[in-house]
Design a binder for this molecule. Structure first.
Ligand code: VGL
Ligand code: ZN
Length: 223
């Protein structure tokens, strides 16, 4: 089968970037020149950007939970599958971020949008967290599915190169699901940043490498 490579730019949105993002990832905006260089590389056949795209009453927002367990970055909430109360997970709560239609939800304006073939929105269902740009973590049944899988399969993509924000949350989850969906999956290491650049980065990197995700540098692609 012919190789077809997709660049998947995860959540490169204002709310994840300094100086004003509500959930700013340290150095988040610094990856934009590298991502733009990757967007310009003939190496890729398909270029996708994802957007975290939450309703104001999303379950991941700390302020939508009663005290005392409603501290952004610290508190956790239990999320139960609305279709199956035997399935649940604990999830970290965040400041309000990437609310549909707000300036914080916009892709950063420095991004070379003209080269992007497809924008995929995710996280619209208020009942579930959705770090992965493919689907939410519930399986029995899954609650929210984005357009990403269908689009990549329709385009006959075989390799997925994942970049963007944040390495230890949405980049990680998207890459793990890309691998699960049968794509040969890569992280371009210098084109992502972590919420927790120390333990978060190391833990996510080790886990991804263990499952078979490969780590490369942008200079391996743009030469
Ligand atoms: C993300 C936390 C909450 C991400 C999204 O894009 O990594 N992190 N929502
Ligand atoms: Zn989010």
């Amino acid at each position: 089968m012919a190789t077809k490579s997709a660049l998947i730019i995860v959540d490169l949105q204002e709310d994840f970037c300094p100086p004003n993002g509500s959930l700013a990832v340290t150095g988040g905006r610094d990856i934009v020149p590298i991502v733009n260089a990757l967007l310009a590389a003939p190496f890729f056949d398909i270029r996708v950007a994802t957007k975290d795209w939450h309703p104001h009453d999303h379950i991941s927002f700390a302020e939508n939970h009663p005290p005392p367990n409603n501290k952004p970055f610290e508190s956790f909430a239990k999320i139960v599958n609305p279709f199956n109360d035997a399935e649940s997970y604990d999830t970290r709560l965040w400041p309000v971020h990437c609310v549909q239609g707000t300036p914080g939800a916009e892709l950063v304006p420095e991004l070379d949008l003209a080269r992007i073939d497809k924008i995929v929105e995710k996280g619209q269902d208020k009942r579930v967290e959705m770090y992965s740009a493919f689907y939410d973590p519930f399986v029995n049944p899954c609650v929210s599915v984005s357009e990403l899988r269908g689009y990549l399969k329709e385009q006959k993509v075989t390799k997925a190169y994942v970049v963007g924000l944040a390495m230890d949350y949405c980049v990680r989850a998207t890459a793990l699901d890309a691998l699960k969906e049968g794509f040969e999956t890569y992280i371009i290491e210098d084109a992502t940043k972590a919420v927790d650049p120390k333990e978060g980065w190391d833990k996510a990197r080790a886990e991804m490498e263990d499952t078979g995700i490969k780590f490369v540098q942008s200079t391996d692609i743009i030469s």
